[in-house]
Design a protein around this ligand. Structure first.
Ligand SMILES: *Cc1c(COP(=O)(O)O)cnc(C)c1O
Length: 421
């Protein structure tokens, strides 16, 4: 459920007409709903009620500080995957002891920064990384809390680019080698083992792969405990999928996910962390764009929008589907027609949808891409020297620009011309 609904014939974000925002900030732009963000966070929080737990929002999904602050004020921790994300989380007021640091390539500098300011735990992804965290911790006179990310070799049954839990993926340590790696960790004085981490992929629409992975983690918990390790925290990753189409998708609900976690892991008495990103932000955001031209091609009509693949990469990158709706509600019973919906970038890949049935649209009309809140703004680029598009946050009847559109001047002055020119 989200808070982008038609009211009086126009799409609203909570209590604000989307067209009013467009008139103020121009198009294209991203628009997020506070109520939807909070609702999704609370669904997870409530799903784990009765277990000691922390929901660490995977902020790579949408990392604007206003979004982070909204969630942090509701009690969320953060899962970060770079020094930049760590800095954002701290700047948004998230305390270090609620930040977990994931990712396969943490650098010395990133590890040092996190240890200096404070970190809940590092999720270690390789043995060389474990040695470096130990060295950096010792050099600072600190002890780094760690989990080891194990790769359980399960098929997440999702898009190949976002499956992470098979043995051929670059993530984590093969679960079969975990005992060895934990023994090494225990021998390093700069590290304190606190638990186990697993994350098998994104946009999972079935609980079975999670269940298989968590069973393996439960077994491993017992084994490692019998080896003498203090395993008291299980980080179960993110990955629960969202419906990208209104009609025919019904991924499991957070409450079902939470019940499964209790069933598989409740008896271990561990603190549970989860790292949802997409399910918190995905349906809490839309991208709004304007029709520039309607172009008649051979046997098809193209809707040329002012938004493009550099603004919303998912269709080009993952063949992802986004529902696209007219901001003005189509009259009931109006005949739809097929459009190829494209952006202005000079690539055939800059196609959002083919033969999408829509009520007739004309230049100047606004459309909204639904489910664009996660992996939308954060993956945008300035390809074709197109400015990064603004982000807007709505809260009931108020809205605020939470990231401005840069001017061409601001963009151009980041280049510097060498002396010899
Ligand atoms: C991407 C990622 C997540 C979030 O995945 P979602 O599908 O957005 O929930 C969580 N943890 C790690 C380690 C990740 O890389």
């Amino acid at each position: 459920m989200d808070h982008f609904l038609y009211r009086d014939g126009v799409l609203h974000a909570e209590d604000v007409p989307v067209a009013e925002i467009a008139a103020k900030v121009g198009t294209p732009f991203y628009c997020y709903s506070t109520a939807t963000l909070l609702r999704h966070f609370r669904l997870f929080d409530e799903a784990l009620a009765g277990m000691d737990h922390l929901v660490c929002y995977a902020m790579k999904a949408a990392s604007n500080q206003a979004i982070l602050k909204t969630l942090a004020q509701a009690g969320a921790g953060m899962d970060v995957v770079s020094g930049g994300e760590y800095a954002r989380a701290i700047a948004a007021g998230v305390p270090g002891d609620k930040i977990v640091f994931s990712g396969v390539g943490k650098t010395h500098e990133e590890i040092r920064a996190a240890l200096s300011t404070g970190i809940r735990q590092f999720n270690v992804e390789s043995e060389p990384e474990m040695e470096v965290i130990n060295e950096v911790a010792l050099s600072l006179g600190k002890v780094a809390p760690i989990t080891v990310r194990v790769n359980p070799d399960v098929d997440a049954k999702t898009h190949a680019k976002i499956a992470t839990g098979k043995s051929e993926n670059k993530f984590g340590i093969p679960i079969a080698r975990a005992r060895e790696v934990y023994a090494r960790a225990a021998a390093l004085p700069g590290l304190k083992v606190v638990g186990i981490d697993v994350h098998i992929g994104s946009q999972l629409t079935d609980l079975d792969p999670f269940r298989l992975a968590y069973r393996k983690v439960a077994d491993l918990t017992e084994t490692l405990r019998s080896d003498g390790h203090d395993i008291h925290r299980l980080d179960l990753g993110g990955g629960l999928g969202i419906p990208y189409t209104r009609s025919n998708e019904a991924p499991p609900l957070p409450v079902e996910y939470g019940a499964m976690i209790k069933e598989e892991l409740g008896h271990l008495g561990c603190e549970i962390e989860i790292e949802p990103g997409r399910l918190i932000a995905g349906n809490a955001g839309i991208m709004v764009s304007k029709v520039i031209y309607v172009k008649s091609g051979e046997g098809r009509d193209f809707l040329i929008l002012d938004g493009a693949m550099n603004d919303l990469l998912r269709p080009a990158m993952y063949e992802a589907h986004h529902d696209i709706v007219s901001v003005k509600e189509p009259a009931p019973g109006i005949e739809q027609q097929p459009y190829d919906i494209v952006g202005p970038v000079c690539e055939t890949g800059d196609t959002f949808a083919k033969e999408r049935m829509m009520a007739p649209l004309a230049p100047g009309d606004l459309v909204a891409f639904r489910s664009a809140g996660a992996y939308g703004a954060v993956m945008a680029s300035e390809y074709n020297t197109r400015p990064l598009i603004p982000e807007v946050l709505v809260h009931e009847d108020q809205f605020a620009v939470i990231r401005e559109r840069p001017t061409f001047d601001e963009m151009l002055k980041r280049d510097t011309i060498p002396e010899w020119l």
